[in-house]
Design a protein around this ligand. Sequence first.
Ligand code: ADP
Ligand code: GN1
Ligand code: MG
Length: 370
Amino acid sequence: MPSSNQTHNIRAIAEHFDMRADFVRAKPYGSGHINDTYRALFDQAGQPVSFIIQRINHHVFKHPVELMENVHRITRHALQTLLEQNQPEAHRRTLSCIPALNGKPFANDADGNFWRVYPFIERAYGHDELETTEQAYQVARAFGEFQNLAATLGGTRLHETIPDFHHTPRRLEALEIAIAADTAGRASEVAAEIAFARSHASDCPRITDLIAAGKIPERITHNDTKLNNVLLDDATAVGICVIDLDTAMPGCALYDFGDMVRSVTPTLREDDANSNDAGIHLDRFESLVEGYLSAATFLNDAERENLAFSGQLLTLECGIRFLTDYLQGDVYFKTSRPNHNLDRCRSQFSFVRVIEANMNAMEEIVNRHL
Ligand code: ADP
Ligand code: GN1
Ligand code: MG
């Protein structure tokens, strides 16, 4: 369910894991929309040690065992690669799973919930809003480096933890189904938003068509590259660690770039109720392009040509998803006020308009850096 206001007994959860330290206390942490995240403080011979203890939202992720198999494979590969490359602070540059006592990277509680534990990455933070263009560069570079690391993951194809996660035409179909069902009786309130989504139907298949035509390759991508899913070092602002790997799976590089544009470049917050004066930080867009291209050196022509458009598409898609959830009665994303999903939808759709008005400038910026 979306807003799990339930507090969990984290001390009892931690007993399932090989913590090698004594539990002190835990409190809810971060502003993610999906999982229940706690920062837990432990004591080891008088030294404080922190961990992230997280309940996987199994309404959103229907196959948590497969999901954790993905996360475990990716994080082990990342650590091994970083160590081979002699990267400083390799253990701070990737998540790693603290094993449960049964040796698995997760444990179940009596209610059937799935839990996992990561070392807390100290002196770094996942920001909800940025202050500088340098931070934008760092965010994009970190996600580009993540794609680079993932590209060398051997073995079988990763599980698709949410099928068709960024298949925009299917997201639009899901919206139509939600409108027809009108479970929460809200469809008549949102005629303008529904009309906006429908008027953009022809944009939706642009990337999926390129994939189907073989012009854009499948790559392992993160698929949830919003700003607060990369931790920036407090002291240096370097993008030190990409987190929230639940959707890291086969995807398209443009999904990752597009979602960075969506979350990094708007002048308003994602859930701003007052989206009339929406605008874009073109300087941050340029930093995203520079940061991403500095790491993602593998992109082909079709990917490069659609970098600016991907921002428009991923913002549209996210708005469609917020609207769908609003119509379904707020069952997917965590919400903390009435109309939260509607405000989010409006802010996304306003930003789509802003991107459309700035598309030429954005294309020029991309072309300058290709
Ligand atoms: P959600 O899927 O709900 O977004 P995340 O995995 O992104 O959950 O975690 C929520 C927040 O917790 C993140 O935005 C970040 O601020 C923080 N966080 C998660 N993992 C770590 C970690 N290992 N170290 C420090 N902070 C973390
Ligand atoms: C969710 O989990 P979080 O808060 O990092 C969502 C993303 C959306 C984002 C919008 C698994 O991301 O797809 O873009 O909210 N994650 C999932 O803020 O649906
Ligand atoms: Mg997150």
